[in-house]
Design a protein around this ligand. Sequence first.
Ligand SMILES: Cc1ncc(COP(=O)(O)O)c(C=O)c1O
Length: 430
Amino acid sequence: MTTATNFCYDQSKAEHARRKAVIAGGVNSNVRLSGAPVPLTIARGDGALLWDIDDNTYIDYAAGMGPMILGHNHPAVTSAVQQSLSTGQLFAGQNVLEAEFAEILVGALPWIESVRIGLSGTEMDLLAIRIARAATGRQKVVRFTGHYHGWLDPLFVNMAVIPEPSEPAPLTPGQSVSAASDMVLCEWNDITQVAQALESGDVACVLMEPVMCNTGLISPSDGYLEGVKELCRQHGALFIVDEVITGFRLGLTGAQGLLGINGDISIYAKAIASGFPLAVLGTTTELLAAVGRGEVNHSGTYNTGVSSVAAGIATVRTLIDTDPYPEMDRLTRRLADGLRQLGHDHDLELAVDHIGGSLCQTRFGNSAAMTSRADFAANSDGPRLAAFLQGLQDHGVRPTSRGLWFVSAAHDDALIDKTLDAAGRALGEL
Ligand SMILES: Cc1ncc(COP(=O)(O)O)c(C=O)c1O
């Protein structure tokens, strides 16, 4: 194994060059384009550790961008998937695991009576909007700058562009301008803007991350979610809660359980299936009835592939049976406190946002709790964060490329100690 002081990336560089010749940018998700000296090629993961093809070892806090809540290669998941492989995968029909999985979800999440299962968070967000439009007969969607709901045309709009364009605009060339124009954008945590947006009429739904995770880790202000829910009621719009990151992460019942408020439609993905393609829309039987009658379309060749559902059942069952949340919370708190202390020791403005649960955000700026995306942007020194993250990687620690850290059930105190040791060295080199 290569030691933390002499990380070499030669094999990753060669493999990236090979990929680049035949894969655009050498990656298959634009989120992975960043990465220095190259986007890494990972050979394997086990528990909370990753090994790249140069045999560098990393304590993994990227967690596949959230899904690996049980760690890599968890025996319960691996064994369930292995068993499922011998049955075949896709039957153009139902399989016996679907009802079991849905029953577990309906039992665990009190605000859900019925579900539809698909492959990705993006798709389920789009289905939620479709259900809301069909139920209300309206077109517009209120959503929030800085929140991410996937990469498709109607959703990839003005995510975190500063200064803000005056109209909802596609973020990248080639997207439909008319799809973007169905969005009504508000600043999150500003209830007046939501009220104005709903008053402007034709709003089918309000779509949000219940805790903002995608451009900074920011809690909803006191009473904000309740206020949004009430405004939705008053105006006959549906409240869609996108728990793609927070679901099964901020606790078994996600942000809605933690914050004691639920929306009309909930979306889950990532931590629900340990890295297998599986996402869930959950809501009332009544709201899903039009889908069930075939009036509102939801389709997909690969939906409920046997191995994905097996992974979903094994993951959620393990989370229910082992309740890793208090321990993950404690370790994340230790990590956050330790990083803050190291920032202080090195006389650096290293802020660590942790709102409870197994994720935290590092940034360089004012340590006060952030309340808005603009606040976060003004208090996050991007180049310095990038340098810190690079130093962490070179010392064997791998958070996400935007400074969000996911702690898993496979992390332990010894790994947190090692992480803090590496972070101290990385900070010392800034
Ligand atoms: C809150 C949120 N919603 C939706 C998505 C899109 O999910 P997927 O990448 O599974 O399509 C993401 C992805 O990061 C997300 O963070």
